[in-house]
Design a protein around this ligand. Structure first.
Ligand code: 13P
Length: 251
């Protein structure tokens, strides 16, 4: 009932030509896939280069961040309308690297989510605990705080398009994937929090992606769990063959 989403977060990789080469490799490998939504998220400067290459491939384009104002004296920022103008339909918000290195907070995530929705972009809202929090037994507490903070003030109707990504910080870029059980447990908890905020029907519909060292070898196990509706892939999305085999996990 929930259509899976496999999204590639390219982080700070790929110039224009490198991005075009990757799409050229990827597109034929995923052609004909219609049971999964495919998204790629390059750096801002590459966004406007890709729509022509993506046309007819079924692959959607995401930005990796957004600012909450439409325009104004905000040097270095990019607004939802500008992302739409560049061809993006989705935007990653609150990635742990932004929380860790760039001062992202629940409050800024919340402003960005609201601005993205107002600007007709689909937010992919990232949450996840650090190793320290997990070891202290605070995983659920952190997830609940990040979720409630990031989604504060939204109505159920506003929330409907939102995609959530659970990315345990200790699993990102470490090769240490969460076990299927750990991921499922967190996803079920997240779905429960969403049910509390927006009702059971919204919780049944929301796609919750897992991120953190997803690879062709581990995606199938993760995707077999009932509350895991897709993946947000970093390193393994930088090569056409590995990303395509993640997209084709069900074959
Ligand atoms: P890796 O897949 O490289 O661990 O990165 C995950 C991630 O942060 C995706 O947003």
């Amino acid at each position: 009932m929930r259509k899976p989403v496999i999204a590639g977060n390219w982080k700070l990789f790929k110039t224009k030509n490198e991005a075009l080469a990757l799409i050229e490799e990827l597109a034929p490998l995923v052609s004909g896939v219609d049971n999964v939504e495919i998204v790629v998220a390059p750096v801002f400067t590459v966004l406007p280069t890709l729509p022509a290459a993506l046309a007819g491939t079924g692959i959607s384009l995401a930005a990796q961040d957004v600012f909450w104002e439409e325009e104004g004296a905000f040097t270095g920022e990019v607004s939802p309308r500008m992302l739409l103008d560049a061809g993006a339909s989705h935007v990653i918000i609150g990635h742990s690297e932004r929380r860790q290195y760039f001062g992202e907070t629940e409050e800024t995530v919340n402003k960005k989510v609201k601005a993205a929705l107002k600007g007709a972009l689909v937010p992919i809202v990232c949450i996840g605990e650090t190793l320290e929090a997990r070891e202290a037994g605070d995983t659920f507490k952190v997830l609940e705080r990040q979720l409630k903070g990031g989604l504060e003030g939204l109505t159920g109707t506003q929330f409907a398009p939102v995609i959530v990504a659970y990315e345990p910080v200790w699993a990102i870029g470490t090769g240490k994937v969460a076990s299927d059980d750990q991921a499922q447990e967190a996803h079920a908890f997240i779905r429960g929090v969403i049910a509390g905020l927006f009702g059971k029907s919204a919780a049944d519909k929301v796609r919750i992606l897992y991120g953190g060292s997803v690879k062709p070898e581990n995606v199938k196990g993760l995707m077999s769990r009932p509350d895991i509706d897709g993946a947000l892939v970093g390193g393994a999305s930088l090569k056409g063959a590995s990303f395509a085999s993640i997209v084709r996990y069900s074959e």
